[in-house]
Design a binder for this molecule. Structure first.
Ligand SMILES: [Mg+2]
Length: 258
């Protein structure tokens, strides 16, 4: 029965490929996934991506090798950008419903890497995460300070500040080696006017992302801040304690930070 089921599934895939091909030749329109190695053959990778985004996959070190073209198509074909913008629209809607007090203690927390600024250009070289994490190569990339803004998040950032929120940028980047270049990179990309950027100091080395970020949020809450929202591309940005009244997970199928 399993073999028959597999044959039926494969026949459906072939049929849909033929239909795509006919559609393309008749209309001259090429569906983006089809043109970039996607199409029906991406079904297993779409399942993997959904499961990874919803944190239903065990901690993973690399994107499955067979998903290279599908994840590449997702990142560069427009759907990733669409997904980010959609999430940001939800965040904006939520933020618009909050009455900001006049005590200056209404706060938001934003992660930095692949939340405010993008590392997609770097991960293209790393085969969209099919290659294992390479700390020294990533440090070299970050040292260039050339990460572009993730535009919808930059718009969110500006709107939050304009609405009177205090925005805290919390990142696991090493303060000593990457602090200055990160601040300059953010500034150049329009992230101006945040309340504080919190990077990982020597004292925080060795702590997991969840432990580090929980501790930083705890300090803010102890200072009286009300964390209305917390935005990150990693679950470890949003787990632990003092996570905020609402958390928002941005898509990132390229890497997993435990
Ligand atoms: Mg991040």
């Amino acid at each position: 029965m399993i073999i028959i089921g597999e044959m039926v599934r494969r026949a459906r895939e072939i049929l849909s490929m033929i239909l795509f091909a006919v559609f393309s030749s008749v209309t001259g329109v090429t569906p983006p996934y089809w043109s970039r190695g996607g199409g029906a053959s991406c079904s297993p990778c779409l399942s993997w991506r959904l499961a990874a985004e919803t944190n239903n996959v065990e901690p993973w070190r690399t994107v499955p090798a067979h998903c290279f073209s599908c994840i590449g198509a997702y990142i560069t074909g427009g759907q990733y950008q669409h997904d980010v913008r959609f999430v940001v629209e939800q965040i904006m809607r939520y933020a618009e419903g909050i009455t900001v007090g006049d005590d200056g203690l209404d706060a938001w927390i934003l992660d930095v890497d692949d939340t405010c600024i993008s590392n997609v250009d770097y991960y293209k070289i790393k085969r969209y995460g099919c290659d294992p994490y390479d700390p020294s190569a990533f440090r070299s990339w970050a040292m260039e300070g050339a990460c572009p803004a993730i535009q919808p998040v930059a718009e969110l950032f500006t709107k939050l500040i304009g609405s009177g929120f205090k925005v805290f940028l919390v990142t696991g980047r090493d303060e000593e080696t990457l602090g200055q270049v990160t601040i300059e990179n953010l500034h150049r990309e329009g992230f101006i006017g945040y309340e504080r950027i919190i990077l990982r100091t020597a004292a925080e080395k060795g702590r997991s992302a969840v432990e580090f970020k929980t501790e930083m949020r705890r300090r803010l809450v102890e200072q009286g801040y009300r964390i209305w929202g917390n935005v990150g591309d990693q679950w470890s940005d949003l787990q632990g304690q003092f996570v905020g009244k609402r958390t928002f997970k941005l898509p990132n199928p390229m890497y997993f930070v435990p």
